[in-house]
Ligand binder design. Structure first.
Ligand code: MBD
Ligand code: FE
Length: 279
């Protein structure tokens, strides 16, 4: 029995919304473009209402649910699960290096800086099989990149992220790894579990009412940067992992699958190299 609070949808949602709002952005979209996009969105919705003969009770339920999503702080979650993959695909059209994937709602900037060979910050009793993740950051010509950093964050053995679950210490399973002069790194961490969308909040209700499943396959999140190179935000998955073929967030790609194998010491190891496009 633990005395710490257990994670709730409203807790992780509110934390994700608060974090997102810390940095306000603007997109410099001119009025003509705003108008064209808004017109298409409204026309698409009009088409859905007409096609399905949406009723007043259904319209009112939609209104309630949209209000609930906001009150639970789940806009970051819902949008990143159902829309971000489309934005990512458009953003990386024509890019040649390592494939990107969605950032999702649980990135936290300024994670602890760690040397090229390191262990991610973890609890003394961190549950999960050890995983050694090594590789190199290179340019399109295969040159190792001096000054590259690899930001890594992932869920624990129960699928929870630090900063978004009250029982996990801040910074757990997060780090900014400064690679060596040739862009190499060797990170010891633990194998994350698949992630389940909270079932006690409006994103979970939406999925349940549609008869879908709320799972993402186990994954590592990465943001890889180097001077003069285009930053890549991506995710890596595990071969034959559950939900790989039907990620609720539609964010897996065949190029992003790891296949760790036990080394001589019995610990799982895997190599993955990142290739960055010019900025
Ligand atoms: C996650 O862990 C995640 O990576 C995404 C994209 C959405 C919800 C939870
Ligand atoms: Fe995730």
């Amino acid at each position: 029995m633990t005395t710490s609070e257990s994670p709730t949808a409203v807790g992780s949602g509110t934390a994700a919304t608060d974090k997102f709002l810390q940095e306000r952005v603007s997109a410099d979209t001119p009025p003509e473009r705003v108008s064209a996009i808004a017109k298409d969105v409204l026309e698409a919705l009009a088409g859905v209402i007409d096609k399905h003969g949406i009723t007043y009770p259904e319209y009112r339920v939609l209104k309630q649910w949209l209000i609930d999503i906001g009150q639970f702080g789940e806009w970051p979650l819902w949008l990143d699960v159902f829309l971000e993959h489309n934005v990512e695909e458009v953003a990386y059209r024509g890019q040649h290096g390592t494939k990107g994937s969605i950032e999702g709602p649980y990135y936290v900037a300024d994670a602890k800086t760690l040397p090229s060979k390191c262990e991610l910050p973890m609890r003394d009793n961190e549950v999960g099989s050890k995983l050694v993740f090594e590789g190199q950051v290179r340019d399109l010509d295969g040159n190792g990149l001096d000054g590259a950093t690899v930001e890594l964050w992932h869920a624990d053995d129960e699928g929870y992220y630090s900063h978004f679950a009250p029982h996990i210490p801040d910074g757990n399973l997060r780090g900014t790894i400064v690679t060596d002069g040739a862009g190499r790194f060797e990170i010891t961490t633990i194998q994350p579990a698949p992630y389940q969308i909270p079932t006690d909040g409006p994103t979970g209700w939406f999925i349940e009412k549609a008869g879908w499943h709320p799972w993402r396959p186990a994954h590592l999140h990465l943001m890889v940067k180097a001077p003069g190179k285009r930053t890549i935000t991506t995710q890596l998955y595990f071969k034959d992992g559950e939900w790989i073929e039907n990620d609720v967030a539609t964010a897996t790609k065949p190029e992003l699958i790891l296949d760790p194998k036990p080394g001589a010491d019995g610990i799982n190891r895997v190599t993955y190299d990142f290739v960055l496009d010019p900025a």
